[in-house]
Design a protein around this ligand. Sequence first.
Ligand code: ATP
Ligand code: MG
Length: 180
Amino acid sequence: MFLKQLNMYGFKSFAEKTEMEFVPGVTAVVGPNGSGKSNVTDALRWVLGEQSAKSLRGGTMEDIIFAGSDSRKPLNYAEVSITLDNETGSLPVDYSEVNVKRRVFRTGESEFFINEKPCRLKDIVELFTDSGLGREAFSIIGQGKVDQVLNSKPEERRTIFEEAAGVLKYKHRKKKTEDK
Ligand code: ATP
Ligand code: MG
């Protein structure tokens, strides 16, 4: 599975329709301070189901909608969509390509789509459970997270590694069985 395309409209600083294409391998996004590099990872996190405005570096969800500039009016909604290659079947759906889209309006209303079909946020979260992607996964490591890993106590650091390796859920299950 790999990320093929990211589309943004009205998301943070991306007032214009913006399309980014990716190929397998390493992609580096470079640019001056404040040019929107972190906004790209925020967009990925959001479309994967992030619900916390704080972890998207905002106060409320409205803060992710383009707020306007000297030359442009604010927009009424933000939209992000990603296209993932699913040739290897990492995602539990019968499509070789999966498109996930999320939209939020200033009114607070939200819309979610999987391959253009309306769905719930829950469906998106479930789609990515156990895929290594998703809002809780370590596929996106923020700047703060690196500090957290370096400064945490050994036991906490171990938990981070266990979660990344996918063994945490088995530990939880083992404990449940032992508690019975
Ligand atoms: P650095 O190199 O400092 O980490 P960066 O390239 O990661 O910078 P970002 O944090 O992605 O930069 O982008 C910050 C910019 O996004 C700021 O100029 C900010 O004004 C703009 N921005 C954030 N939210 C919105 C919004 N809702 N509407 C318009 N612009 C926004
Ligand atoms: Mg940044």
